[in-house]
Design a protein around this ligand. Structure first.
Ligand SMILES: O=C(O)c1ccccc1NCC(=O)[C@H](O)[C@H](O)COP(=O)(O)O
Length: 214
């Protein structure tokens, strides 16, 4: 496979985790956000993450979480990485990093070129910036909506920090997304589902094949 990391996000079943692992995904994502159809409680995640092989990193996805949820999820699911998808300020993430000694990913919602600049505030704090599509104002979720942004915005950007691409990816368009952006990390959720929150092992396998073919 091309040297590209892949995070399959919003995992809620052992079958989906196994499909991601079999396909060679590097990261398993678990969403701790009640409004999401992929929401999982820390204790359920603890049971589920037993299926995640040591070769994969466990990523917990949060939206402006309270400290207690963060603590319970990090401990119960033995998270390696915490991904923030809300309005978390750099100071808040710095405090979390100091307290938990854990890697931090910050999602930056993108719809225009000026959005990319917002990543700079997290330099020296976030370990990776995830450029994700900005979801419509009225939507329930800030991520996992299957919406893509114009990948050409990332074409000539020199990133100081490690980064990744997400938003509206699927087996059909992931090769083009990689070719246009040169992203070292791909993140997908809706594009490998049969319905919101229902991961499809076959679609996961097809997605991983499409990445390998690049
Ligand atoms: O997936 C969710 O339900 C979700 C809810 C709230 C915040 C973030 C969420 N997902 C974060 C992700 O990392 C998704 O993989 C990313 O937004 C891409 O999603 P998609 O466009 O559906 O592939």
């Amino acid at each position: 496979m091309a040297d590209i990391d892949v995070k399959i996000c919003g995992l809620t079943t052992a079958e989906a985790i196994e499909a991601a692992a079999d396909g060679g995904a590097s990261h398993a994502g678990f969403v701790f956000f009640e409004a999401s159809p992929r929401n999982i409680r820390p204790l359920d995640a603890a049971a589920l993450t037993k299926h995640v092989p040591e070769s994969m990193q466990r990523v917990g996805v949060f939206v402006d979480p309270e400290d207690s949820l963060l603590e319970r999820a990090i401990t119960a699911a033995r998270l390696d990485i915490v991904q923030f998808h809300g309005d978390e300020k750099p100071e808040r993430l710095k405090a979390i990093k100091g307290r938990h000694k854990i890697a931090i990913w910050k999602a930056i919602p993108v719809s225009t070129a000026s959005d990319l600049e917002k990543a700079r505030r997290y330099e020296g704090i976030a370990d990776l910036i995830l450029f994700d599509a900005r979801t419509p104002k009225a939507s329930r979720l800030p991520g996992g909506m299957g919406i893509a942004f114009d990948w050409k915005l990332l074409e000539r950007i020199k990133h100081k920090m490690p980064w990744g691409l997400s938003g509206g990816l699927s087996a059909v368009n992931v090769a083009e997304a990689i070719a246009v952006t040169g992203t070292p990390l791909i993140d997908v959720s809706s594009g490998v589902e049969s319905a919101p929150g229902i991961k499809d092992p076959k679609k996961i396998a097809q997605f991983m094949e499409a990445v390998k073919a690049t």
